[in-house]
Design a protein. Structure first.
Length: 127
């Protein structure tokens, strides 16, 4: 697990914690962790981490979805062990930035996104 430095905002620094695909799998298997996939519904339908929740960050044409934070809040409820991921890490990083600004502080990120998950043939994939 890695923790990069402050993102440069005026708010106190919030560590961005990343987990390897294996760490995400273990955490989801052995705890009440929730995995939120911020890819589009089409990408999600093509394959995703089992038990993942799809809360798109963008529209299918990659425009920001104004309802993202509210949709995320509705999907996770009062969960405290939340992992966010996308295809490669860019959208999940953007999502975590937005969510930190909205008050979420304890968020984890799948390092390398779903693409890194697919690199380990021992990890399950749902469709």
């Amino acid at each position: 697990m890695t923790a990069p430095a402050n993102t440069g905002s005026r708010d106190p620094p919030v560590a961005k914690l990343t987990l390897s695909p294996r760490e995400v799998h273990d955490r989801m298997t052995n705890s009440s962790a929730i995995y939120v996939d911020v890819r589009t519904p089409t990408e999600f339908a093509e394959g995703h981490i089992p038990d993942a929740i799809n809360v798109p960050l963008t529209t299918p044409d990659m425009k920001p979805l104004p309802s993202f934070v509210d949709d995320f809040r509705a999907a996770v409820g009062d969960a405290s062990d939340i992992i966010v991921g996308c295809k490669s890490g860019k959208r999940s990083s953007n999502a975590i930035t937005q969510l930190h600004q909205a008050g979420f502080k304890q968020l984890l990120e799948l390092e390398g996104g779903f693409s890194s998950w697919l690199e380990d043939s021992n990890l399950p994939v749902a469709k």
